[in-house]
Ligand binder design. Structure first.
Ligand code: FA5
Length: 341
């Protein structure tokens, strides 16, 4: 019986050497060391042996069982590895294929400019202050030194609501009143970004809806030189040191003195075009020293405090930076335009 066991062992090992699939391995297991396998059945017949031969047979039986089980495990491992290798080589999943492109959104070019504007002014100590798009006539005009009869209102005509005295703001300047009334008597250094609305003839440079960024600084001994230095530094950072900026005297009811800030028109390089109205310069902001009446309306004593303010249009700045020749592209929702930025 011992010889029979050794023969079975050798035969089982040589059969196993030809097994290369899971099914064949299961069959091999069932036929050899499974519950009804030939090796298992032979081991059960140990009782038929003379007593003195049983220990030697028992030892050898154990060795054979351990050897066959180890060989089975090893073959199972090899089959699994070969299967994985095959799948990697020929399988449907090719990990080297480039991924599918998922279109992602991007920031509108004006939003990109706005974020740069925030960063530049943040480094100069200006906080962002938000004020409402829907305003009262009082904040949009009266407290900014434009009583109901004032002719300057014509320039800033707007959209009216059903509610008497409630309008869509024409500029971010009413935010000056909100900020001053909140911070008075502390000094102020804020920028106020937001949408503005106007009853406007739409053209390549003007729309009925556009962003503005207002700036307001209130404190002791603030002068026009501070305004000029702030605007010059801002223009240098946003447009580059080689671009030209100029201050042109102007009039706003809420500043005294008042100026317009122009940049040389990058589109025509100063020769004159429709965007710069053939001036060679494009106005990017209105500005000036806060009018004493406005300071007082904000709660500040104009004999003690002074301040400067400016209001710029980031859409026009974006046009200058990217040589965009028509402001209407900004709201046209045309992906061919938007995907360029
Ligand atoms: C004003 O709105 C003043 N509130 C600015 C100001 C603030 C002056 C504080 C003094 C102190 P103005 O109407 O010029 O000014 O507009 C300011 C800027 O907004 C312009 O330089 C321009 O860049 C932008 N802007 C004005 N109208 C339009 C429009 N229709 N479409 C696009 N941008 C515009």
């Amino acid at each position: 019986m011992l010889d029979q066991l050794n023969q079975m062992h050798a035969a089982a090992l040589s059969e196993l050497a030809n097994v290369d699939t899971d099914e064949a391995l299961s069959d091999w297991y069932a036929q050899t060391i499974g519950r009804k396998g030939e090796v298992t059945l032979l081991l059960r017949r140990v009782g038929e042996l003379p007593k003195e031969e049983r220990p030697a047979f028992g030892r050898r039986a154990n060795e054979v069982k351990v050897s066959l089980e180890a060989a089975y495990e090893e073959t199972a491992r090899q089959i699994k590895a070969a299967e994985l290798e095959k799948q990697l080589r020929y399988g449907a999943l090719d990990v080297t294929l480039p991924g599918r492109w998922i279109p992602t959104g991007r920031l509108h070019p004006t939003t990109q400019t706005l974020r740069e504007i925030y960063a530049i002014f943040a480094e100069m100590g200006f906080q962002v202050y938000l004020s409402p798009d829907v305003e009262t006539d009082e904040n949009n005009f009266q407290l900014l030194n434009m009583p109901p009869h004032h002719p300057a209102r014509d320039m800033w005509d707007t959209f009216y609501t059903d509610q008497e005295g409630v309008i869509l703001r024409t500029h971010t300047s009413p935010g000056q009143i909100h900020a001053m009334r909140e911070f008075c008597p502390e000094p102020i250094r804020v920028i106020l970004p937001g949408m503005c609305y106007r009853y406007e003839q739409i053209s390549v440079r003007a729309d009925i809806q556009f962003q503005q960024v207002e700036g307001l600084a209130v404190g002791h001994n603030i002068t026009l030189a501070d305004l000029k230095g702030t605007m010059a530094e801002f223009a240098r950072r946003l447009f580059g040191a080689e671009r030209k900026m100029r201050f042109r005297s102007s009039h706003f009811p809420f500043t005294e003195p008042s100026v317009e800030v122009d940049m040389d028109c990058i589109l025509c390089r100063g020769d004159g075009c429709a965007v710069c109205k053939y001036a060679g310069w494009l106005e990017i902001a209105g500005a000036g020293m806060v009018h004493p009446v406005v300071l007082r309306n904000g709660g500040y004593d104009p004999d003690v405090f002074s301040g400067f303010a400016f209001g710029m249009g980031p859409a026009r700045s974006t046009m200058l930076r990217h040589s965009i020749t028509d402001i209407r592209h900004f709201w046209a929702n045309d992906l061919r335009f938007l995907e360029q930025f």
